[in-house]
Design a protein. Sequence first.
Length: 339
Amino acid sequence: MKVCLVGEYSGSRDEGMKNTASYLIRELSKHLEVLPLDVKSVFRKTFWKQLRSFKPQIIHYVPGPSLISFILAKVLSLYSSNAKVVMSAVHPSLSSVTRRFVSLLKPDLILTQSYDTEEMFNNLGLKTEFLPSGVDVERFIPVSTEARNSLRDKYGLSREDFIVLHVGSIAGNRNLQVLPELQKMGNRVIIVGSTSTKMNRQVYQMLKQGGCWVWTDYFENLEEVYALSDCYVFPTTDRIGCIELPLSILEAMSCNLPVISTRFGAVPRVFEEGDGLFFIREETDFHPIIDSIKNGTMEIRTREKVLPYSWEKIASKLGEVYEQLLTSNSCREPKALCT
């Protein structure tokens, strides 16, 4: 099978949709013939020459969806008339104008994550499939206390601190104002920002003034930051603040960290609470949960929860979806990933 994967591949890989496209290329290429095309090159002749020469059976558009992505997906389908067009909806934010045009621009299939997004596209007359994000379970792994202490020494951190971590864009829509409150509890709060998205200077200053450590450099070995931490928090509530199944949550779980999160996007669809995964309802819920983690009496098994969502397994299910799309007019949901 020949698959053209349209995504964003330039710059640092510290943004959800970039990482999604890159991991899918890595895993799909093991079994399929894959052509990656950078969406930023769409106005170059080489983009269209490569597409024509490749003659894909599937064109999978990863960034989006937005009005621009729907328009481009439609152009791609017209240019490669024999190809089926798939679009990922990992970060959906559709204006009323876009919704009015969707029925004219719809691709063959939309890959959704949350129930809300799935319902929205179904109501607009689009065919959908549930496909969650994945995680590199070989890169993000639990480490020994000795290894954790060594990493803390490397980054100039105290071995005695209780380190609360958050990874992602320093933006106004991610509810990061709760993190200085966690710092006041006697924790060491570390935020690793994204270099791929614009930083909100006001939020940055607020975090710094609140005593948090804010790291804005690109981390090639991000797994080390998870490994030296004691707990991961995800306070975001705004649906456009992140992709619907945040990779940072999956990565923290793969390292077997306790994770405290809002009921964001597809997270409660994919994972049940428990075994070290906590869902908060109020911002004040962070405090007693962190205290209970500090007591060290609970058993943390978040890695067990996330192992079924390795990128290898996600790509395998995606390959099944492609095959079904080519051979049938009606796709069936991959049973192993139904929730």
